[in-house]
Design a protein around this ligand. Structure first.
Ligand SMILES: C[S@@+](CC[C@H](N)C(=O)[O-])C[C@H]1O[C@@H](n2cnc3c(N)ncnc32)[C@H](O)[C@@H]1O
Ligand SMILES: Nc1nc2[nH]cc(C(=O)O)c2c(=O)[nH]1
Ligand code: SF4
Ligand SMILES: [Mg+2]
Length: 222
């Protein structure tokens, strides 16, 4: 298996229950719910995406093996922290890689998860949940999209971009699934302020749901 990666960078996780935690982000190229071309956005299944995941950027690459991918991720951790991730890590806060995209589960397979573990990382994924997940993931964040069917119905956090007007994408549709945390993340775009007010109101009325602010955008992190 080879891997096409848009960008790999070191930053703080901006969203969800791990917000504020240092991590290498590995953004895989391509998605099954949008081509990534602006001309296609109006007819995509997922139309509110805030991310450029097309092709290979200056901080990305094509990797011929899981080991080559893990080496590139470890190199970014070392560049950011001054230390290689400890492959013999046994406690405390582990080096973290967040696999995102695009849709990471189109490419992230068990060989890649194993290689990232061997390099010393805890492996998290940000997924739209439409593709089955490989074994061994340490953290699964599913962000469901209207018009799709979930293949991943259990995990660590369910992070719903809010509001989505379609009936099948309402929060109550997901709250009985097997996740530890349930977040509403205000939809970024022209209506962010209004969407944030609506998400706050929903969380106040339904305390099972917590607010996920995209903190990296607030503080100017990548
Ligand atoms: C760019 S996606 C990549 C991972 C995966 N394809 C997914 O959708 O979960 C990363 C996260 O950003 C969220 N997101 C995308 N566009 C957004 C927007 N306009 N406002 C808020 N969150 C957004 C997604 O729902 C997901 O939780
Ligand atoms: N800092 C930061 N945190 C993030 N959490 C999820 C992101 C994503 O695009 O998947 C993201 C991102 O792009 N940057
Ligand atoms: S599923 Fe994720 S990567 Fe794909 S278009 Fe939607 S938000 Fe963007
Ligand atoms: Mg992002």
């Amino acid at each position: 298996m080879s891997y096409t990666v848009k960008e790999i960078f070191y930053t703080l996780q901006g969203e969800g229950a791990n917000a504020g935690r240092a991590a290498v982000f590995c953004r895989f190229a391509g998605c099954n719910l949008w081509t990534g071309r602006e001309a296609d956005r109006h007819r995509a299944v997922c139309r509110f995406c805030d991310t450029d995941f097309v092709g290979v950027g200056p901080d990305g690459g094509r990797f011929a093996s899981a080991e080559a991918l893990a080496d590139a991720v470890a190199e970014r951790w070392a560049a950011g922290t001054g230390q290689l991730p400890d492959a013999a890590w046994t406690g405390g806060v582990a080096p973290l890689v967040v696999c995102t995209g695009g849709e990471p589960l189109l490419q992230l397979d068990e060989a890649a998860v194993d290689a990232l573990h061997a390099a010393g990382f805890e492996v998290a994924v940000e997924t739209n949940g439409t593709q089955p997940a490989p074994a061994g993931l340490d953290w699964i964040c599913v962000s469901p999209k209207a018009g799709t069917t979930l293949a991943v119905t259990a995990g660590d956090e369910l992070k719903l971009v809010y509001p989505q007007r379609e009936a099948e994408a309402q929060p109550k549709h997901f709250e009985r699934l097997s996740f530890r945390h349930f977040f509403l993340q205000p939809m970024d775009g022209p209506d962010l302020a209004e969407n944030t007010r609506a998400a706050i109101a929903y969380c106040l009325a339904h305390p099972r749901w917590r607010l996920s602010v995209q903190t990296h955008k607030v503080v100017g992190l990548r």
